[in-house]
Design a protein around this ligand. Structure first.
Ligand SMILES: C[S@@+](CC[C@H](N)C(=O)[O-])C[C@H]1O[C@@H](n2cnc3c(N)ncnc32)[C@H](O)[C@@H]1O
Length: 685
């Protein structure tokens, strides 16, 4: 799983979102609120204390703005520390933007230097068109499979000074509640899995017969033979680029319609090389015709060089992956101007959970408007200069070249459309034509990369049992160097895709080293459920780390500490190592210093010289360990050698492959009401 950012700069990004309004608190008068006890509630619980208002169902009705503002005032009274500045864009004016459910708040116009940008104004207009609350949560599968679309206000969102927006339970969320089914804004198969997974549905490609995949150019029906590259399972690649693989005809068509037709030629250039200006092939792999050469010449020299570097495999596999994710993100951005995103077509706010997070597989799913991407955290300061000026600069060039390609691809189509609309207008139609998007500047592309880096997940499959042997796993776990870096490869789970998540609820989920939600990747979605009972006001967290044999998320049990000073010292050392490993991993992969409750107190433990304090903290760590042990031991599959974990029926049900298990990545669905393993056929006893 991948997620990165920097805590201090992520309070709020300032841009408004559909379905929500924003308000402003003068930051000069704000102060930080810190968690005062070791629970996974974190800062959120302090903030909502005293602000709760029980409705008929006993839920806590939270108003983010009031809660935060009051917490801020409260903290100010107690002379607590001053918060860090917002991200650079907003820090000039020292304002904190706080989300409010309901109508647009007039303070919104105070953003920045007293005026709001066109973009923000547009977003506000859009917001008035939609009238949903950010805190409404679909309760479709609340502990049962009824599939009710009843909305229960179970979750609220708050802004904290040090960890940005956080999610908080408004009422008791029972263990097993299936909270969300989230689709990514853009997803690509992991480099290693490009020929094994369908680029459209992400299911594992089966061995069923497909003779060819038909792809449509606008107004021209072209039949492209698909190439069975002899890859595992008889997968079928697009003959146009040879870089994209599908499980069947329907998936190929669907992908072609919106995405692949726009990127096909560009991917070919990326992977197979770009002709030089003399039109000779830059490597021996390609046969690029003159038309192609002319097209590539038009992208300009710096771009061409970057593309050539990519094609010569100068890019790390992960860089290739996120570059392709961004190519797809930019394609959506262009595409929404020819055809509005589903959310707009259906007149539903992106913040509307039944649309975005329904457990119902028939609900429309699709990317959010591109403008929502601009609301994500990016944490510029966390990226090294070397990375920004090297790798990111190359990716910016590739993305910019791709924008040129997109213009060439879309503009003629839009002209056609404009002519069509003109005719419609003359015959009484609306005549409205969407304007094409302007090209993003290089600085904006750089921001986009950083946002992607802070908001993407690796999506892991827990392969069907039997895999791998316990001995293999133990050996992997023992390979301490890789284990310490959190990078050891084991085959108990496979990263199959990289998903860029823009969903509003997901970005509210901060990381905790003692999470109370579990997530399971399913094709191009993430399924989230409560791993234990979550009491009202507790912060809701997922883990950005992986549960697995290669990475110790749990400090060792303190049982050993009772055996004597020497044992205690050993335990302490191991606990500290685990703490430092987690910290290092989160910083290097996710670009933030973990400030979860557990880490905060463990840090106190290691820095404190006061023995009493240490004892107290150790007690608290003990409690956290208990919770975490429950998660691991209570949910780990008991099947010998299986590394899966148990999930509630609603999650298993949602993972059901409606096209049959033959072609899917999942084991047979289990829907008999018991919790079952996500990887094997075992039920929890
Ligand atoms: C995907 S965002 C989560 C939502 C985010 N808080 C926001 O306001 O949009 C991830 C970012 O949240 C912050 N964050 C998440 N978990 C954190 C933690 N345990 N400690 C400190 N910051 C955290 C980091 O800035 C991280 O890059």
């Amino acid at each position: 799983m991948i997620f990165k950012t920097q805590p201090n700069s992520s309070v709020c990004n300032g841009s408004n979102q559909a379905g929500e309004s924003i308000s402003v608190v003068d930051q000069e008068s704000t102060t930080a609120v810190r968690a005062s006890k070791l629970t996974s509630t974190g800062a959120g619980s302090d903030e909502i204390d005293g602000q709760q208002d029980h409705n008929q169902d006993g839920d806590i009705a939270l108003n983010s703005y009031e809660a935060t503002a009051a917490a801020v005032a409260n903290a100010a009274d107690h002379g607590k520390q001053r918060p860090m500045a917002l991200d650079q864009e907003n820090s000039r004016k020292s304002t904190t933007i706080v989300r409010v459910s309901g109508s647009i708040h007039e303070h919104a116009s105070h953003i920045g230097n007293g005026s709001i940008s066109n973009h923000q104004a547009e977003r506000q207009n859009q917001a008035t068109a939609f009238s949903t609350s950010s805190t409404q949560v679909d309760d479709n599968n609340n502990n049962n499979d009824e599939g009710s679309s009843r909305e229960v206000r179970r979750i609220g969102r708050l802004s904290t000074p040090d960890r940005g927006r956080i999610m908080v339970a408004r009422s008791m969320i029972p263990r097993g509640t299936f909270l969300y089914r989230l689709a990514a804004q853009a997803t690509v198969c992991d480099t290693d899995n490009r020929t094994r997974r369908c680029a459209s549905c992400f299911k594992r490609i089966g061995s069923h017969d497909h003779d060819m995949t038909v792809m449509k150019e606008e107004n021209v029906e072209t039949t492209r033979k698909v190439d069975d590259g002899g890859s595992e399972g008889g997968s079928h690649g697009c003959e146009g680029c040879g870089e994209i693989w599908y499980c069947d005809h329907a998936c190929a068509e669907r992908d072609w319609e919106v995405l692949h037709s726009a990127e096909c030629r560009f991917l070919k250039a990326l992977y197979q090389g770009v002709p030089s200006t003399t039109t000779t092939s830059c490597n021996n792999k390609t046969n690029i015709d003159e038309d192609e050469a002319a097209w590539m010449t038009s992208v300009g020299n710096p771009h061409r060089e970057a593309i050539m570097r990519f094609s010569r495999e100068g890019f790390e596999p992960y860089t290739q992956d996120y570059c392709r994710v961004l190519i797809r993100t930019l394609t959506h951005r262009f595409h929404e101007f020819t055809e509005p995103p589903l959310s707009i077509q259906y007149g539903i706010s992106p913040a509307d959970p039944p649309y975005l997070e329904s457990a119902d597989p028939d609900q429309p799913q699709g990317p959010l408007p591109y403008s929502d991407v601009e609301d994500l955290v990016m944490n510029r300061e966390s990226f090294s200069r070397e990375k920004v000026e090297g790798e990111f600069r190359d990716v910016v060039r590739i993305l910019d070249a791709f924008q040129g390609h997109l213009e060439a691809f879309y503009l003629p189509r839009m002209d056609r459309r404009r002519r069509q609309h003109k005719e419609e207008e003359m015959t009484g139609g609306s005549g409205n034509v969407l304007k094409p998007p302007r090209r993003l500047l290089e600085t904006e592309l750089m921001d986009l990369i950083m946002r992607e880096e802070c908001n993407s997940f690796g999506m892991y499959e827990y392969p069907p049992f039997p895999l791998p042997s316990t001995a293999t796993a133990a050996a992997v776990a023992a390979s301490t160097d890789a284990g310490k870096a959190g990078e050891a490869k084991d085959n108990s789970k496979i990263c199959y895709a990289l998903g860029f998540f823009v969903r509003q609820h997901l970005y509210g989920f901060n990381h905790s080293c003692s999470p109370n939600l579990f997530h399971v990747a399913h094709n191009n979605q993430l399924l989230l459920y409560a791993a234990r009972d979550i009491p009202p006001r507790e912060e809701i967290n997922i883990t950005y780390l992986e549960f697995g044999p290669h990475y110790r998320i749990t400090p060792p049990s303190r049982a050993g500490a009772k055996k004597g000073v020497e044992e205690e010292e050993k335990t302490r050392k191991k606990t500290r190592e685990a703490f430092e490993n987690r910290k290092r991993f989160l910083k290097s992969h996710f670009y933030f210093d973990c400030g979860c409750a557990r880490c905060t107190y463990e840090a106190t433990l290691y820095s404190s010289s006061d023995n009493d304090m240490k004892e107290e903290v150790k007690e608290l760590i003990g409690e956290e360990e208990e919770k975490e042990r429950f998660l691991r031991e209570g949910l780990s599959c008991e099947q010998e050698g299986c590394f899966g974990f148990y999930a509630p029926p609603a999650v298993l049900h949602a993972r059901q492959d409606n096209r049959g298990s033959k072609n899917g990545c999942d084991v047979e669905p289990k829907v008999d009401g018991r919790w079952g393993c996500v990887a094997c056929d075992r039920f929890q006893s």
